[in-house]
Design a protein around this ligand. Sequence first.
Ligand SMILES: Cc1cc2nc3c(=O)[nH]c(=O)nc-3n(C[C@H](O)[C@H](O)[C@H](O)COP(=O)(O)OP(=O)(O)OC[C@H]3O[C@@H](n4cnc5c(N)ncnc54)[C@H](O)[C@@H]3O)c2cc1C
Length: 390
Amino acid sequence: MNTVNQDIAEQDDQDRLILDSVDRFLERHVRPVAMQLEHDDIYPQDIVDRMKEMGLFGAVIPAEYGGMGLRAQTYARIIERISTVWMSVAGIINSHLIMATIVAKSGTEAQKRAFLPRFATGELRGGLALTEPDTGTDLQAIRVTARRDGDDYVVNGTKTWISNGIQGGVVALLVKTDVNAQPRHHGMSMLIAEKGPGFRVGRKLEKLGYKGIDSAELVFEDYRVPADRLIGGVEGRGMACAISGLELGRINVAARGVGLAQAALDEAVRYVQQRSTFGKKIHEHQAIALKLGDMATRTQASRLLVDAAAKAYDRGERVDYEAGMAKLFATESALENAIEAMRIHGGYGYSKEFLVERLYRDAPLLVIGEGTNEIQRLLIARRLIERNPI
Ligand SMILES: Cc1cc2nc3c(=O)[nH]c(=O)nc-3n(C[C@H](O)[C@H](O)[C@H](O)COP(=O)(O)OP(=O)(O)OC[C@H]3O[C@@H](n4cnc5c(N)ncnc54)[C@H](O)[C@@H]3O)c2cc1C
């Protein structure tokens, strides 16, 4: 075996050990409680504590800063597995690791040393604060401002829909440091904003699905952040920071899509062999069999797209094209599989006693978050033209 193959084999062995321990954790500690916690919209503190012990909050944080230093490919497989059992748990890790990735890729050395080891243990858990009440997709239209005052920035404004906003202790906060800059993104920066005076939770947001994880409005009123918390130490790089985190975020959301599509398929495959109508098991009706064929194909195609995007990310390539395709296809597949699983379950699919009801409520978020699927299509098309000039 040559050294490259040996490295790959070792990584595969390491992956297998990690994935096995994730599977055991999910079966013992998540599956038995997920339905109740989800229906009651309760934050899964015990699950979070166990994930801390397993080191999952440091999954992709480099080992030199105390993390596990996993490849995105391995991380995506972990997220897929978690999402087959309860997608909200994957969201708690994702927002946190997007922030950690932004600090790891764009932070100063002092910022990395100060924050990454605390992120890796899960002692400090983070989130990503981009969206505002008046703007989500058009990020350059944000209104939260940060004005330099001596050794601090003074922040004012409101962010909304921030995952981990209540339970987390810190967010990567996208702000305008120059409201008159043209192009607008030259006036945007990102701050490491820890909770403190002037930074409060406005309210918890109630949702269709994706329960358990906290989604919050965050309010900043003359909130002071030391200037050395400006990520990278230079103003005007806020959009670049956000984009660097969102590449991993999109791979994560795509992997969640695979997990959800797989869960819907698994539920359908079980049910069609239990339920009979007109004297035969329902999978023997061709109308149901056709659905199963499409569901299985969509799930596997999604998995392959996610794997390809994660591999390109691990090679250090720019992956908005690959991650965009994976996100688009896998999340649409999740949505389609969820509704097909519900149809296959007939009336039981509409019952809160069956998992497919939750999959149906969780799936729509995936086509909205981390850049809507309309925007993914536009991004893919733009890169397509850039890569194929005539
Ligand atoms: C449960 C949940 C959790 C979230 N977590 C976070 C978080 O942790 N951090 C965070 O910052 N945000 C978070 N969000 C916000 C999410 O990222 C935004 O909702 C999303 O980016 C869309 O923004 P918007 O809601 O303002 O929609 P808008 O930008 O107002 O878009 C409305 C519609 O117009 C379409 N549209 C917009 N512009 C274009 C265009 N140029 N071309 C074609 N179509 C377009 C969109 O695709 C969409 O269909 C979360 C949202 C939810 C629901």
